[in-house]
Design a protein around this ligand. Sequence first.
Ligand code: FES
Length: 64
Amino acid sequence: MYVCLCHGVTDTQIESAIDNGAETMKSLAIELKVGTQCGKCCQCTKRVLNKKLLQIAETQSQVA
Ligand code: FES
């Protein structure tokens, strides 16, 4: 699903960037340019970011 239409960024690309170490909106903006033009994708990007970070945290707490 496209999250950022201005830069053609999908939720899968955002999740991959998070898997590769991006943990903030700023780092996603630097890496993928999401939210750097009209800004309409910021809320959706934040939802994808928070959901993914929660998944990572839950996975890590199960391992620990
Ligand atoms: S839709 Fe992402 S900056 Fe416009």
